[in-house]
Write a new protein. Structure first.
Length: 468
C-alpha cells in the first residue's frame, strides 16, 4: 500500500490523535500488515558507510545534508547516521528511501549479543511515540485516590551508593501540591530536536510537558507520562538518581503564533531520540519510553549506530543498560528500539501475571516481560475531560493514576537493574545486573510465560520477572 492512503487497521481510523498526526503536512505513513509506519515526510536517514558515488549523486540531486550523530558528538562512529532534508516539498521520504535503496546493497551488522541486523543504506526518519500512536499508551490514565502507602511510595535515598537512571520520555511535570520526595530525586532537562527547516540546521530545545498543550480543555493523551514513569522508577529503586529528558512534540517547528496542531504533537523523530540516548549514555540505566515499527521491517539505523557506540570502546559508561517497551499494538512485529539485540525489550503481562496483556506486543525479539496492566504511580492534578472524551465527561486526578501499557512495564525492569547496581556498591555492570535478574539470582522470582495468541508467530516464551 502506498503512503497516505486509507489504512485498514484494527484501530479506529477516526481517532482524533491518529488523524491529527497523519494529516500534518510534515508527516507521511505506510501500512504493512498490522503496522502503521509513520515518518517525517521531508527527512531521510543515511548510513555514512553505505554511501557510494552513485548513491551520493542521487542523494545530492534530491536532498541536502543537514547533520549527523558523529558530527554532533565528535565520535568516529563505526557506522555513522546522517540526516538529509528533501528539496522538493512534494517529495516523500518513504518513496525516496525505497528508490535510493536500489543503488546500494543492504548490509548485515553484528551486535554484542550475536544476532545480526539487516540495515538499509537509506530510511525515512521514523516518527516515535511513547509506545502507541493513537491513544497513548494502551488507553487513557484513570484517576485513583492516593494509595495507602502514598507517603512511603517514594522515599529519599539513604547515604549508600546510588544508581544513575535516565528516563527519555515526555518530560516531568511538578504538581501542586507537590510529590515532594519525587521532586527532590528528579532532575528535569529538555530534550533537543534537529530543525532541518533552516539551513544550516540547528538544534532546538523541546518544549516542556504540560497538561493541555493545544488548549482544547482536555488532558493531552500523554501528559504526565514521564511523571508517572519517574514514580515507578523511584518506587522500585530507592537509591536511583533520576534524570527525566523531555521529548514530546519536538519534531515540528512551532509557528508564530503557535499552531494548535503543531503545539500538541505527541511524537518525536527517531534521530532526536537516538541523539538523547548518546547524550545521556553515561548513566547506569537508560529507560527509553518510545516504540515504533520501521519501514519494510528493517533495523533502525539510528539506534543500531548508537548501540554500536554504547557497547563499544567509545562507550561513556561501560555496560550501560538500555531498556525500552515492546509497544502496545498487540502485534508480533518488531518495534524499535526494544527490538535491538543489545536493548532490553520489555513486554507486558496482564494484571494477574498469568498471560500476555491484551495490548502488548510480543515476540522473540523482546527480552522479558513483567506486569504493565493496572500499574499505579504518581501523576498530575487535573479536573476535567481527557483527550478523546466528551467535554462533559469529567475526571478528577489528585496526583495519582492507574495506567496500562508496556511503557509502564519497562521502568519496573529499569528500577530492578538500578537496585542491583546500587546494592553492589556500583561494582556490578548494569548489563550484568540484568542477567542476574533473568537468571533468578537477582532477588526477583522469574518464571517462563508463553503466549499462543499472536499469529503468525505463536508460542514465543519470555522470562516473566515478578516485579509487582
Amino acid at each position: 500500500m502506498s503512503p497516505n492512503t486509507v489504512f485498514p487497521l484494527n484501530q479506529d481510523p477516526e481517532n482524533a490523535i491518529t488523524q491529527r498526526i497523519l494529516e500534518h503536512p510534515r508527516v507521511t505513513f505506510d501500512v504493512d500488515g498490522d503496522a502503521l509506519v509513520i515518518a517525517l515526510k521531508d527527512e531521510l536517514l543515511v548510513r555514512t558507510s553505505a554511501r557510494t558515488p552513485t548513491l551520493d549523486k542521487e542523494l545530492e540531486r534530491v536532498a541536502r545534508l543537514s547533520g549527523s550523530l558523529g558530527r554532533e558528538f565528535d565520535l568516529d562512529l563505526l557506522d555513522d547516521v546522517e540526516v538529509w532534508r528533501l528539496n522538493d516539498p512534494e517529495a516523500n521520504s518513504i518513496d525516496e528511501a525505497r528508490r535510493l535503496r536500489k543503488y546500494v546493497r543492504d548490509e548485515y551488522l553484528k551486535t554484542q549479543k550475536g544476532p545480526e541486523l539487516l540495515l538499509p543504506a537509506v530510511s525515512p526518519n521514523h516518527v516515535c511515540v511513547v509506545s502507541k500512536y493513537d491513544t497513548c499508551p494502551a488507553g487513557p490514565p484513570h484517576p485513583i485516590p492516593p494509595p495507602p502507602d502514598s507517603e512511603d511510595f517514594v522515599e529519599l535515598p539513604d547515604d549508600g551508593p546510588r544508581a544513575r537512571v535516565v528516563v527519555i520520555d515526555t518530560g516531568y511535570i511538578q504538581t501542586t501540591p507537590p510529590h515532594a520526595a519525587l521532586d527532590a530525586r528528579v532532575q528535569s532537562v529538555p530534550g533537543q530536536w534537529l530543525d532541518t527547516t533552516v539551513n544550516p540546521a540547528v538544534w532546538r530545545l523541546s518544549p516542556p510537558d504540560v497538561p493541555d498543550a493545544d488548549h482544547d480543555g482536555r488532558l493531552d493523551g500523554v501528559a504526565g507520562h514521564g511523571t508517572f514513569i519517574a514514580g515507578i522508577v523511584a518506587n522500585g529503586c530507592r537509591q536511583a538518581e533520576i534524570t527525566v529528558v523531555g521529548q514530546r512534540h519536538d519534531c515540528m517547528p512551532l509557528a508564530q503564533p503557535p499552531n494548535p496542531i503543531d503545539e500538541a504533537m505527541l511524537f518525536v523523530a527517531e534521530f532526536d531520540v537516538a541523539y538523547s540516548l548518546l547524550q545521556h549514555s553515561d548513566a547506569d540505566v537508560v529507560s527509553c519510553g518510545f516504540a515504533f515499527p520501521t519501514l519494510d521491517a528493517y533495523a533502525s539505523i539510528s539506534f543500531s549506530s548508537v548501540m554500536q557506540v554504547l557497547t563499544g570502546p567509545h562507550a561513556r559508561r561501560r555496560g550501560v543498560a538500555v531498556v525500552a517497551p515492546a509497544g502496545n499494538e498487540s502485534s508480533p512485529r518488531a518495534y524499535w528500539p526494544a527490538a535491538h539485540p543489545d536493548v532490553i525489550g520489555v513486554a507486558s503481562t496482564n494484571r494477574l501475571g498469568n498471560a500476555r496483556a491484551w495490548f502488548s506486543n510480543w515476540g522473540a525479539w523482546a527480552n522479558c516481560c513483567t506486569r504493565g496492566q493496572d500499574v499505579r504511580s504518581t501523576f498530575i492534578y487535573w479536573h476535567g475531560p481527557i483527550e478523546g472524551e466528551p467535554l462533559t465527561e469529567i475526571d478528577n486526578f489528585i496526583g495519582w493514576a492507574r495506567w496500562d501499557g508496556t511503557s509502564f512495564a519497562a521502568p519496573k525492569v529499569t528500577a530492578a537493574i538500578a537496585r542491583l547496581v546500587a546494592e553492589s556498591d556500583e561494582t556490578l555492570l548494569p548489563v550484568d545486573a540484568y542477567h542476574k535478574l533473568v537468571s533468578g539470582t537477582g532477588g526477583v522470582t522469574v518464571t517462563p510465560l508463553t503466549d499462543m495468541t499472536l499469529w503468525p508467530f505463536p508460542g514465543v516464551k519470555l522470562p516473566h520477572l515478578h516485579l509487582g
